[in-house]
Write a protein that binds this ligand. Sequence first.
Ligand SMILES: Nc1nc2c(ncn2[C@@H]2O[C@H](COP(=O)(O)OP(=O)(O)OP(=O)(O)O)[C@@H](O)[C@H]2O)c(=O)[nH]1
Ligand SMILES: [Mg+2]
Length: 403
Amino acid sequence: MKLKTFHGATMADALAQVKREFGRQAVILNTRTLTRGSVLGIGGKPYVEITAARRMSDLPAPLRRGTLPVGPRGGRRAEGAAQPVSGTTRVKEYAPRSTSSDAVLSEVSALREMVSELVRETRRAQASQLPSELYDTYQRLVSNAVADEAAGQLVSEVRQQLSAADLQDPKVVRAKLADLIRPMLPVAGPIRITTTGEPYIVALTGPTGVGKTTTIAKLAANFRLRENRKVGLITIDTYRIAAVQQLQTYAEIIDVPLEVAASADQLKNAVANLSDCDVILIDTAGRSQRDRSRLRQLHGFFTVVKPHEIHLVLSSTCSVRVLNETIERFREVGIDRVIFTKLDEALGFGVMLGCLQKADAKLSYITTGQDVPSDIAVGESRALARLILGEREVKQGKVVSLP
Ligand SMILES: Nc1nc2c(ncn2[C@@H]2O[C@H](COP(=O)(O)OP(=O)(O)OP(=O)(O)O)[C@@H](O)[C@H]2O)c(=O)[nH]1
Ligand SMILES: [Mg+2]
């Protein structure tokens, strides 16, 4: 970031010099008429001083406020040109100094401002290519955490596929967007117990704290109480005593057996002990997506006892980056289905877009609160598309239409 100070013979000359040197994007920060060499304000030579930068984005935020571009419509240029002042011309160049940690911090914060301004400008530039009738749609997608690029692609698809008349109708635009979003959210339906004479085994994996154990309890309660199925639970999360206790408590309330397995062999035995169950749900310890050795260990368990389905549990409160990284790492454990949890706490539902493609798996369930067993639903593309379009919200554990 460089700022330049000009001393010009006349304001008009100095401004012309600014324009020549900095180009049409130049921004005037300040103009001053001063006098050098006067004695008690008498005599001396007047001169002008102009502080300028090449473009607005070169400036830290505090300086950006109150500046005017030097263009054909630049107000200061006209004002300056009307004040011929004679004197000398001097060009001084300086860069902000970082002499203390405060200065470094303020530069970092200025840089951060510049980067966010750049992002805003890119968005504005992308949006400015949109016809005005699609601008609001684009904004709504972006504010619902749909990535800029995906939002841009969706909106340009809509533009290509609809007639000019249809583009004017927000209802038609929303319906078209929903049509485009739905296939991006392929769903698998609920867990279907397809085995006979042996348990159908389903394991839930995922990072720490995303809601695996709570979701297992919800599923177990629904299988047991609504479908009258024989359910068995196994936890291989033996790293924390509290984790076993947590599932034990649920098992007692729902009245289903629980087995604890600390090794792959114990897991095999646990499955054998529950062989009369219709379905076995396996809870796993939260694994940081960065903890490769523990992920390999988890994979080892599943090579000894191969679940019929592995559901990767992802929290919809996470950023796209974290979700992508999680999917990438859990791929080696195996992903057959995805469960999105905590939709009641999500800041934007758009983060879910793209996850299923990346995981190459379909969505099974969404969870919408802490209540067991009520706050779970089978994933449904239409409802999710509506959430992403901001036409629905999650209220009291349910996906509901907006009033
Ligand atoms: N708001 C909200 N909270 C949830 C949801 N599902 C689970 N939780 C809460 O998230 C917290 C963690 O849930 P757990 O089920 O223990 O998560 P976990 O993935 O088993 O955690 P670890 O075993 O530590 O990896 C608890 O406070 C749950 O009540 C949900 O859908 N919405
Ligand atoms: Mg748990």
